[in-house]
Design a protein around this ligand. Structure first.
Ligand code: NDP
Length: 356
């Protein structure tokens, strides 16, 4: 079946575009043990996304493939991606020296930052890029299927969902550099969790809501409710992006005001700083609440709140981020000692202010 090879073709195009399109070099957050300087990264994610979408639109406009091709072939595409994810995991894990034993190594990986061609190609950044591009192709194609099969009765909520989800992908690539300052880069190695996760789970599970309801008719969600759902998404985005940007700027310059207005309030000692103002005084991981709210807003927009499958998307964030917060809290307590104790005292909520 030709669609089984679809992900390989898409991922090869993304790899080629990432290699040939102009990119900007930035300093990462991690220090290169060999040089004592920050690892450098070459970023061009947004360009790769735009060119891939133009190629897809061009192929569809010329009649080489139907707009809804990725929807029609979603199962073999997901199966093909699954095979690639397994092969990638074996390829990246097995040749490296063992770490914690085979099952854990296959899941969590052995190498922290695999990179090639003098850092032009970084495994983590490429995996996130390829996942984001495939996710966007699925969003566009699944939406196209709905539009084509429901002429004159297109669901405005489904279109809103697709627009907000596309915004989520585009803004992630726009702020690609901020991603270099996250847990994935500090605490994760490249194994099945990241490799399989980005090649399969990210592009094929995230659109599970569209996957489940693209063939359903317009649920006629009242406009005020759609506005409310969009606001839930946007409030989540404000919390997640606001907190991440504030921390990103703070790490680069602990004396600078965030967004030109937020004073850099921090607990300091021994040359270390724990940010305790702005977004970071609401809870110790307000950005995680933001992610859950965004996913909830997206799910509600689809207009089928009693269908369970689309809820798997926000539930996945809860399952991912609650243990991650606990692990990160332990990691930060070890790293910052009494500063973190003081931060916990000042900001007792883990994720949801006053509740959790
Ligand atoms: P954080 O961005 O919160 O990063 C945690 C790290 O930041 C800590 O280990 C610590 O590292 C530093 N830190 C945390 N709190 C403070 C503080 N108060 N002051 C100073 N430094 C602090 O979490 P993640 O990296 O997990 O997530 C980043 C973003 O990505 C989040 O918005 C998250 O929701 C999102 N995300 C999105 C996913 C998706 O699929 N859409 C999946 C997973 C995450 P150190 O001090 O060593 O710098």
């Amino acid at each position: 079946m030709v669609a089984l090879w679809g992900p390989l073709a898409v991922y090869a195009v993304v790899l080629a575009l990432h290699a040939v399109l102009p990119g900007r070099w930035v300093d990462g957050y991690l220090i290169d043990d060999a040089t004592g300087r920050p690892l450098r990264y070459r970023l061009n994610g947004l360009r790769v996304l735009v060119v891939t979408l133009v190629l897809y639109a061009g192929a569809c406009a010329l009649g080489w493939m139907p707009w809804e091709w990725f929807y029609l072939h979603r199962w073999p595409m997901a199966a093909g991606a699954c095979g690639l994810g397994v092969l990638f995991t074996l390829w990246i894990v097995l040749p490296a020296p063992p770490n914690r034993g085979m099952p854990w190594d296959l899941y969590l990986g052995r190498i922290a930052n695999p990179r090639w061609a003098d850092g032009r190609l970084d495994a983590k950044m490429f995996l996130y890029l390829v996942g984001a591009v495939m996710l966007e192709l699925n969003i566009v194609s699944f939406t196209a299927y709905h539009v084509i099969t429901h002429p004159g009765a297109v669901s405005p909520g489904l279109i809103l969902h697709a627009l907000l989800f596309s915004f989520f992908v585009v803004e992630y690539l726009f702020f690609e550099e901020v991603h270099l300052y996250t847990y994935d880069f500090m605490a994760e190695r490249v194994g099945g969790k990241l490799g399989w996760g980005c090649l399969v789970f990210y592009p094929f599970f995230y659109p599970i809501g569209l996957w489940a309801v693209a063939d359903r008719p317009d649920p006629h969600t009242p406009v005020p409710l759609l506005v409310l759902y969009a606001l839930i998404f946007l409030s989540g985005w404000t919390l997640a992006r606001g907190a991440n940007l504030q921390k990103f700027w703070f790490k680069r310059d602990p004396t600078a005001k965030a967004f030109g207005v937020l004073e850099p309030r921090a607990i300091s000692g021994g040359g270390r700083y724990v940010l305790s103002g702005g977004f970071w005084c609401l809870s110790r991981h307000i950005n995680y609440l933001g992610e859950v709210l965004m996913a909830t807003g997206l799910t509600l927009c689809l207009g089928y709140p009693l269908v369970f499958t689309p809820w798997l998307y926000p539930l996945y964030y809860v399952a991912l981020l609650v243990p991650r917060q606990i692990d990160d809290d332990r990691r930060c307590a070890e790293k910052y000692g009494p500063l973190w104790e003081e931060y916990r005292r000042r900001v007792p909520s883990r994720i949801i202010p006053w509740i959790y």
